[in-house]
Design a protein around this ligand. Sequence first.
Ligand SMILES: O=C(O)CCC(=O)C(=O)O
Length: 257
Amino acid sequence: MDVQLGSPAGTTVEELAATLGSQGWVVLPDRLPAPFVAELAAAFGPVLSRHLAAADPNRGVNRHQMYVPFEPPFSDPALWGQPAVLAILEAVLGPDFECTYYGSDTPFPGAEHQPAHQDGGPLFPGWDATPPPYSIALNVPLVDVDEANGPIELFPGPDEPGPGAEPLRCTLPAGTILLRDTRVWHRGSPHVGTAPRPMLALLYTRPWYRFVLDRPAMSAEVYDALPDPGRRLFRGADRPRPRSTGDRPRLAVLPSG
Ligand SMILES: O=C(O)CCC(=O)C(=O)O
């Protein structure tokens, strides 16, 4: 789908990047268009059903982390390559960042509070300084998130939140783009609604950072056909090649003597 967010209304890329850098998260003023979000949601349902048939909850009671296949409509650049979003990410992560994770989080009715956690900890634990961001999560809920269906909660500040800490509850319309530094303390909140709350989660990281979960997987043909800047963003993707076309490159054996 050929959709491109406009320049952020009333807010510049620089201002949004500055907010992301200083606060740790930013909600973008423009949402993904409703027809594209509906297409994503319709495709997500069957993928989730297949996952549920084979997997137990893996992020707490009634809560599933699931990889999202790099195939239409999820592989559409409208999701991973919005120019305004990439400009914000470049301002925060530098020019060489990659997309290193393609997944989702879905709490179901009955899901409970998660413990507050970071998706990526400090790079140098114990060092009394805050280095610039090294990885940013992009979250897009595929349904309207309200007080009932388990909004993600974000805690301000660099430190682990204490018992009385007040989080921001991200009640967001479907298609909203939330960018958050993976060092931000956060948690899933109880789901007391009636239907699953799917939220896509992509990760953009500086090139030297290794995230613990699997990278996006795609065939060499899909990778080679990616429009710019996809081949840069997904250069570290898992790209199995059919054996008949040769295996991964190996070190050359030099003739002796
Ligand atoms: O989906 C959510 O609300 C948050 C999920 C989360 O932070 C996690 O599973 O690590």
